[in-house]
Structure formats: C-alpha cells, structure tokens
Design a protein around this ligand. Structure first.
Ligand SMILES: [Zn+2]
Ligand SMILES: [Zn+2]
Length: 118
C-alpha cells in the first residue's frame, strides 16, 4: 500500500481559502448591491429575471397569448386593451353595471374570468 495516497487524503484543502471570482461586482454596479431582480406577477408564476428584457419576453411568451374579443374578432393580449375595447366598441351591448365592472377589473386572470363567465 503506497503511503503517498493516504497522505494526500489527509491534506486539508481548507488551509488555503478559495479564490471566489467576484462576478457580482461587475462594473456599473456598486459592490454589495446585486442587480435588480424582476419578478413575474402573473397568477402563481414566480419567475424572476435579472433583466427587464427577459421578463418582458417571458410574459409575452407565456402569459400574453392572444385571445379574442367575445363579441367580435379583435385579438388582444393586454387587459387594458380589451377593457377599453369593450367600453368603446361594445358600449351599447353593455349594461351600466357591466361597464363599471369592466372598469374596475384588475389583472389578466380576473379579466379573463369575468369575460368567460359571461
Ligand atoms: Zn410568468
Ligand atoms: Zn370586440
């Protein structure tokens, strides 16, 4: 049995501190402050991204799937758009109550839920 191998096992690696590359302190960021994180807030999605661009792309790909207006062929991805579309284009087909309810809608899921429940 060669003694050299046994000896190598005992050599503690911790005597020399690891050199951790300081990748976080990239130029442009103050040290100690990590880059901003962008959280997706759709439903139960908890994705987060370092760059706003990536978050926007994720939202477009995963959440802003085009849907059609329930009264015509207009396609929409943003809830603000469908709400103002209903209120301006289909105003005469809505009751006052429905119009007020549409104005109060918040969030894509709530909006879809409202229109699908029609
Ligand atoms: Zn998401
Ligand atoms: Zn429409």
């Amino acid at each position: 049995m060669p003694p050299s191998e046994h000896h190598r096992d005992e050599a503690p690696e911790l005597t020399r501190p690891h050199q951790i590359p300081k990748s976080r302190s990239a130029p442009g960021y103050k040290s100690g402050i990590t880059a901003a994180e962008w959280y997706c807030h759709y439903g139960e999605c908890e994705k987060k991204y370092r760059r706003l661009q990536e978050l926007i792309r994720h939202i477009r790909d995963k959440h802003e799937i085009p849907r059609k207006c329930f009264l015509c062929d207009m396609e929409w991805t943003r809830t603000e758009k469908i709400r103002s579309h209903y209120i301006t284009r289909h105003s005469d087909q809505l009751t006052n109550e429905e119009r007020e309810e549409i104005k109060r809608l918040r969030g894509r899921n709530n909006t879809i839920h409202f229109f699908e429940g029609w």
